[in-house]
Design a protein around this ligand. Structure first.
Ligand code: UD1
Ligand code: UDP
Length: 349
């Protein structure tokens, strides 16, 4: 069987790694990298350290508006599908690369496999929510990470080939955790000790593109006492720089460039708490049993909210500070499977 896999953004490289390891032992897989993310530390670093095979095609679409970016992906992927004639097209998550891959394939009657199907925030102002809904409704295989995702699809009248296989991100963490402990030197590099710092990441459009939200978030960061480490997403770096905001004025804050997967696992696993608006990092915090504070109004990962393991605070300074001060000891319950999601996906082909 021949699979064409479309990836393009940081979390997709991480999600594809465990699935491709299984897939390539049984079938032929061709990678199309859309080029949505292109900085070395947003793309190449993951291929190198996670041993992901090099992309067979690179569309180099780069950054632009949603319509322009998605359209140029669609154009490139369509031609590759025509040339390669795959049996299946596989996509991950909810980015513009996901939607472009699924749409190109569906129009050419190639069955679409959606990994991480069924997630919903019920907020259609999020570009990711639009991408997910569209992708789910044109996919043939919908591999869900949780029971909640299955229920969401049933509620939208999607019933066939909706399967809870567990979360491929849990596979990734399970596979790489020991490697991270062995290889990552990031704590030494930045003089960090276990439980001595907060880890921060922010990149969601609803925060970066809303001046009130981003200012509230920064105001809370100024009030949090102690060390804070922030591997800053290029989107956020650019927007803060355009706003003329200097993060050096925030006491205790260490801003660093985005890091590779082994380093981020080390930073996450040793943090006192994680403050984030990332989807992947909410889950990783839960897998690693580190308290998480989510700076969003909704989360797709509602299981993580149990026992305050993850606290949803939006961007209200009082709520953020309240969550920072809460004493929480998260424990992992197997809502996300046991690290065999990739194997379970491959049982269907
Ligand atoms: C995208 C996804 C988001 C996902 C995130 C993962 C969409 C609509 N959004 O958001 O769901 O959570 O990736 O990180 O698909 N940039 C660089 N270098 C890069 C990549 C981006 O400088 O390698 C900057 C550019 O200024 C660009 C901005 O970041 O305009 C945003 O990039 P884009 O891929 O459009 O969206 P993300 O915010 O990364
Ligand atoms: N990540 C990383 N380096 C960083 C920050 C994040 O490798 O400097 C990883 C993170 O651990 C998770 C994934 O990138 O596995 C999440 O990506 P991101 O937050 O960009 O997107 P989202 O999950 O919100 O779509």
């Amino acid at each position: 069987m021949k699979f064409l896999t479309v990836i393009g953004a940081r979390p997709q490289f991480i999600k594809a790694a465990p699935v491709s390891r299984e897939l390539r032992s049984l079938h032929k897989e061709i990678y199309v990298h859309t080029g949505q993310h292109y900085d070395k530390n947003m793309s190449d670093i993951f291929f190198e350290e996670l041993n992901i095979p090099k992309p067979n095609y690179h569309l180099n679409v780069g950054s632009s508006s949603h319509g322009k970016q998605t359209a140029s992906m669609l154009d490139g992927i369509e031609q590759i599908i025509v040339d390669e004639k795959p049996d299946y097209l596989m996509v991950y998550g909810d980015t513009n690369s996901t939607l472009a891959g699924a749409l190109a394939a569906a129009k050419l009657h190639i069955p679409v496999i959606h990994v991480e199907a069924g997630l919903r925030s019920f907020n259609k102002k999020m570009p990711e929510e639009v991408n997910r809904i569209m992708t789910d409704h044109i996919s043939e295989y919908l591999f869900c990470p949780t029971d909640t995702a299955v229920k969401n699809l049933h509620n939208e009248n999607i019933h066939e080939k909706v399967i809870n296989v567990g979360d491929v991100m849990f596979d990734a963490v399970s596979y790489n955790r020991a490697l991270s402990e062995e290889k990552s030197d990031i704590l030494n590099k930045f003089g960090l000790e276990k439980d001595s710092y907060y880890l921060i990441t922010i990149h969601r459009a609803e925060n970066t593109d809303n001046e009130t939200n981003i200012k509230n978030i920064l105001s809370a960061f100024s009030q949090i006492e102690g060390k804070k480490v922030w591997p800053i997403h290029p989107r956020t770096k650019q927007i803060l720089s355009n706003m003329g905001i200097d993060l050096a004025s925030i006491p205790g804050l260490q801003v660093i460039d985005p890091v590779g997967y082994l380093d981020i696992l080390a930073l996450e696993g040793n943090a006192k708490k994680i403050l984030t608006d990332s989807g992947g990092m909410q889950k990783e915090a839960y897998f690693l049993q580190i308290p998480c504070i989510t700076l969003r109004e909704q989360t797709e990962w509602i299981e993580t909210l149990e026992d305050n393991a993850n606290i949803l605070v939006g961007t209200d300074v009082f709520n953020i500070m309240d969550a920072v001060q809460k004493n929480v000891t998260p424990s992992y319950k197997d809502y996300f499977g046991n690290g065999f999601a990739s194997k379970k996906i491959l049982e269907h082909f």
